[in-house]
Write a protein that binds this ligand. Structure first.
Ligand code: NAD
Length: 330
């Protein structure tokens, strides 16, 4: 039902992939998709925000558990990174301190995983002769730049420690590609959604939070008037982009926006969530005051990814929500 592997590029031969953050939302989808394509996968996670259950669900859905191994380690441990990288062809680096608001309260914790931990990944990959590192950057690097749609070359001043670390990642990756010859490619994700995204916690993303609310009879909360807009990107597109970035001859040293290039307001999103998950309910929301630091609009120009990676989104918002609904009611 997640539509793997039919929407994915063909991978020639069998390679050994390391997925860091495999217990998380995106990492578990990468694991599922690669296994379903007959690839060998090692997952790494410290389960700070991820769950062992995400891994078991992904491995089970792929039908190829025999090609999977897992190591519970922390990327802040350089030795662990070096050990796990032995014999790895491709790294899809997704382990990170992921919460923007939490990074405001704990910048050092954020830098430990996202800056030092990222360095450990690059260094281990260089020492072990990894073919390529694809890493998760973020639309957060656009910071206070209000240009729309977001174009790769036009970033802004950081609005959080999280955003700073993602920008630092891009600088480090470009350096490792240019100076050490370790091929790296960065993907600036916009608002990714799909099953296995955590609906709980103070910093949960809007889609899982609202689905949880509408399916349990509660009223979703909108911070502000709901006219803010985002580029909601189904996780299937992110998986596709990772494989393209890992295999494209032209991606090293570059960074790409990965979204759908479609702006949807929160009010529109809420209507679509009600329509798919609770068609019997009349859409309603509680409005609270806007959250500090929230940007008003964000959507990706996907032109560069289309041109260089041949990336085309395969699943748009409504279909992505329907896929989630089908998987959740299985
Ligand atoms: N979900 C989005 O919309 C989005 C948008 C932009 C960027 N990203 C980036 O994509 C990546 C994956 O995000 P996600 O949404 O799947 O989040 P997630 O929290 O579900 O996954 C992150 C995983 O990394 C693990 N982890 C965290 N710190 C670690 C450490 N020090 N050592 C080992 N494992 C560690 C966590 O336990 C978790 O399983 C992150 O780098 C995030 O910054 C996500």
């Amino acid at each position: 039902m997640t539509r793997y592997p039919e929407i994915l590029p063909v991978i020639d031969g069998t390679h050994h992939w390391l997925v860091t953050g495999a217990g998380g939302f995106i990492g578990s989808h990468l694991t599922e998709a690669l296994l379903s394509l007959g690839q060998k996968v090692t997952g790494l996670d410290n389960f700070s925000t991820g769950y062992p259950e995400n891994i078991s669900l992904a491995v089970e859905a792929s039908g190829h558990g025999e090609n999977f191994s897992f190591i519970e380690r922390d990327i802040t441990d350089p030795q662990a990174c070096r050990e796990v990288m032995r014999g790895i062809d491709y790294v899809l680096h997704h382990a990170a301190f992921v919460s923007v608001p939490a990074s405001m309260n704990d910048p050092s914790g954020c830098f430990a995983s996202n800056a030092s931990g990222f360095m450990n990944i690059l260094e281990a990959a260089r020492i072990n002769g990894v073919k390529r590192v694809v890493y998760a950057s973020s639309s957060a690097v656009y910071g206070d730049n209000e240009t729309m749609p977001k174009i790769e070359a036009e970033t802004g001043r950081s609005l959080s420690p999280y955003a700073m670390t993602k920008y630092i990642n891009e600088l480090c990756a470009e350096f490792y590609t240019r100076v050490y010859g370790l091929e790296c490619a960065g993907l600036r994700y916009f608002n990714v959604f799909g099953v296995r995204q955590d609906p709980n916690g103070a910093y949960a993303a809007v889609i899982p939070r609202w689905i949880d609310a509408v399916t349990s009879g509660k009223t979703p909360i909108i911070y502000g008037d709901g006219t803010q807009s985002r580029d909601f990107c189904a996780v299937q597109n992110v998986v596709k982009a990772n494989i393209l970035a890992a295999l494209s001859p032209s991606s090293p040293g570059k960074v790409f926006n990965i979204g759908c290039g479609v702006e949807t307001s929160l009010n529109e999103l809420l209507g679509k969530i009600y329509a798919v998950f609770a068609p019997e309910r009349k859409p309603e929301a509680l409005h609270e005051k806007p959250r500090e630091g929230d940007i008003l609009h964000s959507s990706a120009s996907t032109e560069y990814a289309r041109e260089v990676l041949k990336y085309e989104p395969a699943v748009y918002l409504e279909e992505g929500l329907r896929i989630m609904q089908e998987v959740m009611t299985q």
